[in-house]
Design a protein around this ligand. Structure first.
Ligand SMILES: NC(=O)c1ccc[n+]([C@@H]2O[C@H](COP(=O)([O-])OP(=O)(O)OC[C@H]3O[C@@H](n4cnc5c(N)ncnc54)[C@H](O)[C@@H]3O)[C@@H](O)[C@H]2O)c1
Length: 377
């Protein structure tokens, strides 16, 4: 375990990028060595904002790498830019920690997972809402109830973001629902098997794409996870984590997403405080994994199963049919292979070929990671 701070270039200096820069600058675990944004004024303002007028900025990763040496790249760009930035960083032999989603599409994400294997670098996706001590307590409570059969999340909010979300085709499913889907996998200790989803846009919605959806997932073990959400629902709004109910053989637990969960029968025990929580927990577990060579929560092979829930839900809604997650993953692997052939990326194509079935490969890599990171947080 190295006690040297991890040198990091932050790419993307928007809302989240500025938060990541603040965390990196405050923590002795990181050495912020550069900031990149296509708008260099924004990159400069972000570095200056944490008192780092000395940190170089640039408009692209390639440009900054001509000026500084780094161990890792933090990718906090918009989803459409995730693939190019992460791919370039891995190809330069750098570890990557990225905002969710791993990439804009499942096919791109699979290619990045294969690239992380080819270049033998860590690629970790920060799924910050998983690092919530109340969610961990919910998981602990329901583990006292024996077999679990049903979990639901209701999410109703009315944010006016402006920017990329207002123009996305599937703003709720693609930009937001990945959080509860990922949390459901964590709480239930289960992976997705199939989904039926309807996606729609309320008549008054201010989003171009569909801002509401209802999805029924079959998870491993026959558990059903039901998500209903809307980003165009003013009044009596839920928390940003949504409102949860998990029903098991010996009892149920509910969580409003803001306060400690409650269960009946009551399960004794204090909430376990996480060391950092949220994005900071993601970033520090990434540093730990780089230093020790172990895995951590959000490692791309595991995280892709949450993104697969998103893409399968979108496909189900488009087709009006229940779809199997492994079929969606295999279609995405074929698309990823076709794209790597077009790009002439022979090593990544060969890795994707060697996977055999994508779902089987991801789950077996995820199981190996879980064995290396028993905390799973
Ligand atoms: N975990 C969470 O709770 C959470 C919350 C909000 C956003 N996010 C995620 O964070 C990411 C960023 O979202 P945001 O709200 O900060 O968006 P934003 O639009 O505020 O910032 C994105 C920044 O990336 C820059 N950028 C775009 N393409 C680039 C490229 N190729 N190279 C360098 N810079 C580039 C833009 O100029 C912009 O400054 C998204 O993936 C989003 O899904 C996560």
């Amino acid at each position: 375990m190295s006690d040297q701070p991890l040198r990091v270039v932050v790419v993307g200096a928007g809302n989240m990028g500025r938060k990541w820069i603040a965390i990196a600058e405050e923590s002795p675990a990181f050495d912020l060595v550069g900031v990149v944004d296509i708008f260099t004024d924004g990159a400069r303002a972000a570095a200056d904002g944490v008192g780092r007028t000395d940190v170089p900025v640039a408009a692209s990763l390639e440009e900054i790498l001509e000026q500084v040496e780094t161990d890792a790249v933090a990718n906090v760009t918009i989803p459409a830019a995730h693939f190019d930035v992460t791919r370039a960083a891995l190809a330069r032999g750098l570890h990557v920690v990225s905002e969710k989603p791993a990439a804009a599409t499942l096919a791109e994400s699979l290619a990045l997972a294969a690239a992380s294997e080819v270049h033998d670098r860590l690629f970790v996706v920060s799924q910050s809402r998983r690092h919530n001590s109340q969610l961990h307590e919910l998981k602990k409570q329901i583990s006292a109830f024996g077999r679990v059969g049903i979990a639901t999340t209701e999410f109703f909010k009315a944010p006016h973001f402006g920017g990329f979300r207002d123009e996305m085709e599937h703003p709720l499913l693609v930009d937001m629902a990945i959080h509860p889907f990922d949390s459901a996998r964590f709480v239930l200790d289960a992976d997705p098997v199939a989904v039926y989803c309807e996606e729609y846009n309320p008549a008054w919605s201010w989003y171009r794409g569909d801002a509401a959806a209802t999805a029924i997932f079959e998870m491993t073990g026959g558990v059903r996870y039901i998500y209903t959400g809307s980003w165009a629902s003013p009044g009596v709004e839920t928390s940003w984590n949504g409102s949860w109910r998990v029903s098991g053989e010996g009892g149920s637990a509910i969580w409003n997403g803001d306060d400690r969960p409650q269960s009946e029968p009551a399960v004794a025990g204090e909430s376990e405080a996480l060391r950092y929580g949220g994005v900071s927990e993601s970033l520090h577990s990434f540093v730990g994994a780089v230093h020790t060579g172990s895995s951590c929560s959000g490692a791309v092979h595991e995280n892709i199963l949450s993104l697969a829930m998103v893409e399968a839900a979108v496909i189900s809604a488009q087709r009006g049919q229940r779809v199997r997650i492994d079929d969606v993953l295999e279609d995405a692997r074929a698309d990823a292979i076709a794209a790597t052939v077009e790009r002439g990326d022979e090593a990544v194509r060969a890795a994707l070929d060697a996977w055999g079935n994508a779902g089987t490969h991801l789950r077996s890599r995820a199981a190996r990671s879980a064995a290396l990171d028993p905390a799973g947080a």
